[in-house]
Design a protein around this ligand. Structure first.
Ligand code: HEC
Length: 107
């Protein structure tokens, strides 16, 4: 059942993003370019240029912002084991997380 559901959702086309604005582009730059000053690597390094994911890294594009925010928070607080992500989310504050997940939901 899980495999069938995963197969179904994997075949669905991604939502088309519209109404892009300056804030959208700033968030896009953060996902693609990271924040060198605070040594946060670009999310795109692993999750893909358009956060599309692959066999190893989960897709983030088009996921609901509240879901993504919750995952970032539980990973940051070590309530979810995600060794690769722990160091990445350590330095993110709530506002930064919120900005990133709003962008990810929109693409
Ligand atoms: C070095 C590679 C790497 C980078 C860079 C990275 N991630 Fe991840 N991310 C992962 C891996 C691996 C997982 C899966 C973790 C697990 O469940 O074991 C993951 C999982 C996640 C999840 C949970 C997704 C889900 O559906 O459960 C979110 C949200 C996430 N990453 C957001 C981000 C954001 C935002 C950034 C940029 C600030 C980022 N990641 C940068 C490797 C990375």
């Amino acid at each position: 059942m899980v495999a069938a559901l995963a197969g179904y959702f994997a075949k669905q086309p991604a939502a088309d993003a519209s109404g892009r604005c300056g804030a959208h582009r700033a968030r896009q730059a953060r996902v693609r370019g990271g924040r060198a000053r605070r040594q946060i690597p670009p999310c795109a390094t692993c999750h893909g240029k358009n956060a599309e994911g692959n066999a190893t890294f989960p897709r983030l594009a088009g996921q609901h912002a509240p879901y993504l925010l919750k995952q970032l928070l539980v990973i940051q607080n070590a309530l979810r084991s995600a060794p690769v992500m722990h160091g990445i989310v350590q330095e993110l504050n709530r506002d930064q997380m919120q900005a990133v997940v709003v962008y990810l939901e929109s693409i």
